[in-house]
Design a binder for this molecule. Structure first.
Ligand code: HPA
Length: 271
């Protein structure tokens, strides 16, 4: 299946990305103004999952950013859309087969850590994916990676350091923490957030951990940034809405895009 999808893309473009980026909810504007070489809609790729989330565009954009060749996923697919974990990580695996070596995951997340404020950017240092099914379940694809991959450093220390330094250089404050993935689509209950907090999570979302797991399995050097779009259920005495999530993501877009761009340029500089 992956080979057929790769062939489809290769018939459109021979672009070989160095770096792959997944843009989360409300962060899709990152490629505006970039030097775009080609774009491929998920809907046209054979047997490919299509993003149904309203704020996700669902396409690969191939572009140059600074000196780097970058494949950007504008929109991802989530478990809550009804896709299997294997389908949800298909784009990640395809990006690896296209040639990308580093993967930058981004998302909107609810802040659990009491030191976090709405609009903060959190560098993901680790994740908890135990509450969602693994994308590696079933027959192992040996050509991608091993049956029992090590997960002791999913988020590369080297890349976390680069993001931290790029943030400092651009005067952007960042937090660090553990991301926990739940299935959604309902936002969590207060009891669930209390559970997540006890488990050691700093931010909660509905994507990313399974992508990071599959990315590590297939040999990507991985890093991730969460935009804290809201405080998790129970931290404020008010309901959580997807409008709040999108609005905050849009408000942080300028600093978020600056950090992402600077990180991409720095990764490319170190080749
Ligand atoms: N919970 C789960 N996913 C999210 C949240 C949240 O509070 N905010 C943004 N994505």
């Amino acid at each position: 299946m992956l080979q057929k999808q790769l062939e489809y893309i290769r018939n459109i473009t021979d672009f070989e990305p160095d770096i792959a980026v997944v843009l989360g909810s409300g962060l899709g504007g990152f490629t505006d103004g970039a030097e775009i070489e080609a774009a491929v809609d998920f809907a046209n790729i054979p047997d490919f999952p299509v993003s149904t989330a309203p704020t996700h565009r669902g396409r690969f954009v191939f572009c140059k950013i600074g000196g780097a060749r970058v494949a950007v996923m504008q929109g991802r697919v989530h478990l809550y859309e009804g896709y299997t974990p294997q389908q949800a990580v298909m784009p990640i695996r395809l990006l690896r087969l296209m040639g990308a070596k580093q993967l930058i995951l981004t998302n909107a997340a609810g802040g659990i850590n009491r030191d976090f404020q709405i609009g903060d950017l959190m560098i993901i240092e680790d994740h908890i994916s135990s509450l969602v099914p693994s994308p590696l379940r079933g027959k192992n694809i040996d050509s991608l990676g091993v049956r029992f991959p090590d997960m002791s450093e999913v988020y590369s220390k080297r890349l976390c350091k680069i993001i931290t330094e790029c943030a400092m250089k651009n005067g952007i404050e960042t937090k660090k923490g553990v991301y926990i993935q739940l299935q959604g689509p309902a936002f969590e209950t207060k009891a669930e957030i209390k559970m997540c907090s006890i488990l050691g999570a700093d931010a909660v979302g509905m994507s990313t951990a399974i992508e990071a797991q599959a990315a590590k399995h297939c040999g990507f050097e991985v890093c991730g940034i969460s935009c804290i779009t809201n405080l998790a259920c129970g931290l404020l005495d008010q309901p959580i809405t997807s409008e709040e999530v999108s609005e905050t993501a849009a408000k942080t877009a300028v600093k978020f895009n600056a950090l992402l761009r600077s990180t991409i340029e720095r990764i490319a500089d170190e080749y």
